[in-house]
Design a protein around this ligand. Structure first.
Ligand code: SPV
Ligand code: MN
Length: 648
């Protein structure tokens, strides 16, 4: 008989408490769990009177069968212990510089696995064919099959974190169970401690649950069974299962796994969860205007949030709420998991400084030699040999197909607390969030969009900028790079509600807002006929500061069929003052030429996706495309296929 009567009682106890409505001051913890806990962990667990938490733990322990369980509080000792375990357990290795460690994910585990990441959907639920899903029962059986016994011989870590600042209307409690100290350590850098917050949660209060196991690992600490990698999101249970993977985008529950749960929760409750940075653009007379920006991965999002002279609040995920007719946002995180390639003292001085200063930093999938981390584009010479994500490496080494192996992986990353950065905004932890002064949508686009353009209003901005993002793919997800892909609000991979509903939520968010913030598109990747980039890397500073001036009502702009573009006279002084660069009129003309056929093609392509793949597209989307196309055609009749700013 697999279960004894006592087992049944202990399994049912939390449910009995839940349904009897009894206030249970001391939590019931089964013998099975008690045997595996140290005394401190037992005390910590007992102090949380939440039957659903105990039930989650009980289920996870029965499924994964760890040898020991350790529970962590918010104390600096406990947070420090996580880091020590990451190093002593072999998932991370110390580097020469104090506080610095490195981690490898494994050669086949270097990015988000969008194929094996799926929503578990009951038969009566449909998100549309553009979102990857699996029938819930079947998916649960599969992922639980892979998780069965996966923590044998290991210690299960139980950590509590909070999405957004604690004690705020944005706060969302989370519990992460994992056997990977690297995952827990990453979370301790990236998220606010949430044990005390969790204790305050009412018994019926909602929280997110994440269960991760790296599965069996090799001598280098990497998951052996990556072919059985699964990330399954259970929307009806606010829970995510992740197994046989290390890469943070697949494992760190509070990052992209929680974003998927939050989008659904926000949709029910009338707020938004977006794949966006938050930064303070510094305008004239000490004015700070807060911008949020959505970019597909590896398209300049972090470096925009980090622009020299500006202040950062967050670089990846923002929640939006409305209060008193104003939109506010808060950073879900307190750290950065950023791409390290090309971070050098010239282009990204603020991050570079943090990466070469003692303090807590995890380097992922970089080149290691003589106890130091190296990466492509770091602005100094790399050693000829070392160790990287695929093992020993030397210059000229090729893979099985004969392709050169780069010193650091293209998606190599660093994990660091925002508090390590010199330009952290003073409002970063404000529980009230900051008011949204402008919205930016970006993407990797070699031939269509101008470097910066302001939409005429919120509705057009959401539809023709955010909901029309197309971007050439990058190494941040597994698969071929350089393919143009539709990516709604740069949030496509994480949207967990039907896409039409998601657009409608964004449109509706402006209701009751007295003056919705302006929406801009930016494109840092425009090329000439020979494939040469038309802009320097830091030019983005000028686009941002122009957007700041527009948000402040300080400058006029030129009307195009798709929005407002800058006047040359307003950009040239910004180039001079901020970048000490002479901005040539001919460069401006090239960059800001309206390419009518390309734009018409773009809107046709995007509309086709909405017609063919999305069943609930709001009518206003098609109407808006028609209006914009009409304006483009009218302008083409008047000025021809390419229209310079001087024509307008
Ligand atoms: C991204 O790819 O958008 C990231 C890193 O921010 S990941 O954790 O992989 O999502
Ligand atoms: Mn991201």
């Amino acid at each position: 008989m697999p279960y004894t009567f006592a087992d049944f009682v202990s399994i049912l106890k939390p449910t009995i408490i839940l349904f009897s409505g009894r206030e249970e001051k001391v939590a019931q913890i089964s013998d099975l769990i008690q045997q595996k806990l140290d005394s401190n962990s037992l005390e910590l667990l007992k102090a949380i009177a939440n039957p659903r938490l105990h039930a989650f733990l009980e289920d996870a322990v029965r499924l994964t069968e760890p040898d020991k369980i350790r529970v962590f509080s918010d104390s600096p000792e406990d947070i420090g212990a996580i880091r020590k375990m990451a190093v002593s357990g072999g998932g991370e290795h110390p580097l020469n510089m104090e506080g610095h460690t490195y981690h490898f994910d494994g050669v086949n585990d270097q990015g988000r696995d969008t194929f094996s990441t799926r929503y578990l959907l009951p038969k009566n639920m449909d998100l549309g064919e553009s979102l990857n899903s699996i029938e819930r029962r079947e998916g649960l059986d599969e992922v639980k099959g892979f998780l069965k016994g996966s923590m044998k011989g290991k210690t299960m870590l139980v950590c509590f974190w909070c999405l957004c600042p604690t004690n705020s209307e944005f706060s969302l409690s989370c519990v992460q169970i994992t056997d990977s100290p690297y995952v827990a350590h990453s979370e301790s850098i990236l998220y606010r401690p949430g044990y005390e917050q969790f204790r305050k949660l009412p018994a019926e209060g909602e929280f997110f649950r994440f269960l991760h196991s790296e599965g069996e690992i090799d001598q280098t600490g990497c998951s052996i069974h990556w072919q059985k990698r699964r990330v399954y999101i259970d929307l009806i249970d606010n829970m995510v299962y992740s197994v046989n993977t290390q890469y943070a985008g697949n494992t760190v529950g509070l990052k992209k796994l929680a974003l998927r749960l939050a989008i659904q929760k926000g949709s029910k409750e009338g707020w938004l969860a977006e794949h966006m940075f938050i930064m303070g653009a510094q305008g004239p007379n000490n004015r700070t205007t807060y911008f949020v920006g959505a970019f597909p991965s590896a398209c300049g999002k972090t470096s925009t949030a980090m622009l020299p002279g500006q202040t950062i609040i967050g670089d990846d995920i923002a929640y939006f709420r409305k209060r008193g007719g104003v939109m506010y946002c808060a950073n879900v995180e307190q750290g950065i998991f950023g791409i390290i390639g090309d971070v050098n003292p010239k282009d990204d001085p603020v991050i570079y400084d943090a990466l070469v200063t003692p303090g807590e930093v995890i380097f992922g999938n970089v080149l290691i030699a003589d106890g130091k981390p190296y990466w492509d584009g770091m602005g100094s010479p790399l050693p000829e040999k070392g160790t990287n994500f695929q093992g020993p490496w030397h210059k000229g080494k090729t893979d099985k197909e004969g392709n050169p192996i780069p010193p650091s992986h293209k998606n190599a990353r660093y994990t660091v607390r925002l508090s390590a950065l010199a330009n952290l905004d003073p409002e970063a932890d404000n529980p009230a969030g900051v008011p949204i002064g402008g919205v930016i949508y970006g993407g990797r686009d070699s031939d269509t969009l101008v470097p910066v353009e302001q939409a005429f209003n919120w509705t057009e901005g959401i539809i023709t900028k955010g909901a029309s993002i197309e971007s050439e793919t990058t190494a941040a997800t597994l698969g071929k790079a350089g393919v143009r892909k539709f990516n709604i609000m740069a949030n496509q991979d994480f949207v967990s509600i039907p896409l039409g509903k998601y657009i409608q939520n964004n449109l509706d968010f402006a209701k009751g807002v007295s003056s919705p913030p302006p929406i801009f598109s930016v494109n840092y990747f425009l090329q000439d006929e020979n494939g040469k980039f038309l802009n320097g890397k830091l030019d983005k500073m000028v686009w941002l500061l122009w957007a700041e001036l527009r948000a402040g009502g300080d400058v006029e702009a030129i009307k195009t069929p798709t929005g407002w573009i800058p006047k040359y006279e307003d950009l040239a002084p910004l180039f001079k003052e901020k970048l000490q660069k002479e901005y040539k009129k001919e460069d401006y003309t090239k960059q800001f030429t309206i390419r009518v056929p390309k734009l018409l093609d773009k809107f046709d392509r995007v509309e086709k996706i909405y017609r063919e793949k999305v069943t609930d597209t709001p009518k206003i989307v098609y109407e808006t495309f028609d209006v914009v196309r009409g304006r483009l055609k009218e302008a083409r009749d008047k000025h021809g296929d390419t229209i310079t700013p001087m024509d307008l």
